[in-house]
Design a protein around this ligand. Structure first.
Ligand code: ADP
Length: 412
């Protein structure tokens, strides 16, 4: 009997992350990896959970110049490694679900059209998510394609926290604060409910600090407010994104410096943040290791903004029971966590330096009124659970997207 597998895809601007699960029962991870530098000098890295050796190999740039090519390389690897497997569903991380999608959904032609319509809402991310879905539809015409949204978790936010002070017509047309990283927040708050249910039932701030970074106020498991806004550009400074900025700066660049809009967009999305400030790197490990004044200044700016947001989000929540660090930097950098918490004694945070250095589950002292935790995130498991349950539901609403080649078969 063939094993039903689910593939999870997370398509970024120049990368395609994937994870493969056996979904015969509760999802069991079989492999996980990434194709990096798509369109440049592509490279495939994968790790398996079974007795198979890890893979790290350069790929032919002619064959892997887009997401479809990257997916082809992943498929080749999967087919070679799991000859008896059958991919029955593909779950996609999609950054923007607009106001319509508050839950995972099967991708129909109408859904794909709506996701394409949302491209201007997340111009740097959404086009790649759509390409990832199209590539998967072509590769697996019979598999159920499921979209899971980074915005969905935040649809519970009250109006006062998801609106801008603009004429109300803008809100109605979708110009509002969406918040992102929702799949990560869903996972982390679920984990917190499992390991620390009393804290999870209260007022929690989660800091997702990866290449992209944001924070979220969660009350009783529901998102109340977040730092990202209309697009994933707002809020905290990130690897290459500026985060919160006075819109007047953008008017100045456009009107006084006469910079083309595309240039300004590139500057704010890809040349700013930690990279822009340090002039060195967007990678926190590199910055921490370098010790230059510019790198230290970039880190100081970064941690100051995170600390500020702990205060803002705690004010929104009316207090704080737990602060949780997650994602690459949040999970692995004692220095960043210590710098953020350094001036937060007033709010009830008392860090334990040894626990913090060890990235322990709880990094505060036993007497600390607010508990600070490190919870490793897992966005892929959230996606695969959703894809599995929609695949198992398998009703008429869950038909796979009709592949082009079948449509062409019907031509007379
Ligand atoms: P993505 O948003 O691409 O999923 P990650 O969550 O993997 O990103 O986070 C990547 C960031 O985490 C990078 O800036 C990287 O330097 C940082 N990081 C990973 N490990 C460490 C570490 N041990 N110390 C400091 N930063 C780290």
């Amino acid at each position: 009997m063939t094993t039903p597998l689910a593939l999870v895809l997370n398509a970024g601007s120049s990368s395609l992350k994937f994870a493969l699960y056996d979904i015969a029962a509760a999802p069991v991870e079989r492999a996980r990896g990434i194709v990096e530098r798509i369109g440049g000098a592509p490279r495939l890295k994968a790790a398996f959970r079974a007795d198979l050796p890890s893979v790290a190999r350069d790929l032919a740039s002619e064959a892997v110049h887009d997401h479809a090519g990257a997916l082809g390389a992943v498929l080749f690897l999967i087919e070679a490694s799991f000859p008896d497997a059958r991919i029955v569903t593909v779950g996609h991380r999609v950054v923007h679900g607009g106001t319509t999608y508050a839950a995972p959904i099967v991708v129909t032609p109408e859904v794909l059209a709506e996701l394409t319509r949302l491209i201007p809402f997340a111009p740097i991310h959404q086009p790649h998510n759509v390409s990832g879905i199209e590539a998967a539809q072509a590769a697996f015409p019979d598999a159920l394609q499921v979209a899971c949204f980074d915005t969905a978790f935040h649809r519970t936010q009250p109006w006062v926290n998801d609106t801008y002070a603009l004429p109300p017509d803008y809100y109605a047309r979708g110009v509002r604060r969406y918040g992102f990283h929702g799949l990560s927040y869903e996972y982390v708050s679920g984990e917190l409910a499992r390991i620390a249910p009393e804290r999870a039932a209260g007022r929690v701030v989660i800091a997702h600090l990866g290449n992209g970074a944001s924070m979220c106020a969660v009350e009783g498991g529901r998102s109340i407010s977040s730092t990202m806004g209309f697009t994933p550009l707002d809020g905290l400074p990130m690897g290459t994104r500026c985060g919160q900025i006075d819109p007047g700066v953008i008017f100045y660049m456009l009107a006084e410096e006469e910079r083309p809009i595309d240039d300004v967009q590139t500057l704010l999305y890809t040349e700013s943040g930690l990279l822009g400030l340090s002039g060195l790197s967007n990678d926190m490990r590199t910055l921490e290791a370098s010790g230059t004044a510019e790198a230290d200044a970039a880190i100081a700016y970064y941690t100051a903004r995170i600390r500020e947001q702990v205060g803002r989000l705690a004010a929104t929540l009316g207090g704080l029971d737990a602060l949780v660090f997650t994602a690459g930097i949040g999970e692995n950098s004692p220095r960043i966590r210590a710098e953020v918490c350094e001036r937060l004694g007033w709010i009830g945070i008392e860090l334990d330096p040894e626990r913090n250095a060890a990235s322990a589950e709880v990094i505060t002292t036993s007497a600390s009124p607010v508990e600070v935790r490190v919870v490793p995130t897992d966005e892929e498991i959230v996606i695969v659970r959703a894809a599995k349950s929609l695949w198992e539901a398998g009703d008429a609403a869950c038909r796979p997207f009709p592949p082009d080649r079948r449509l062409s078969d019907t031509k007379v």
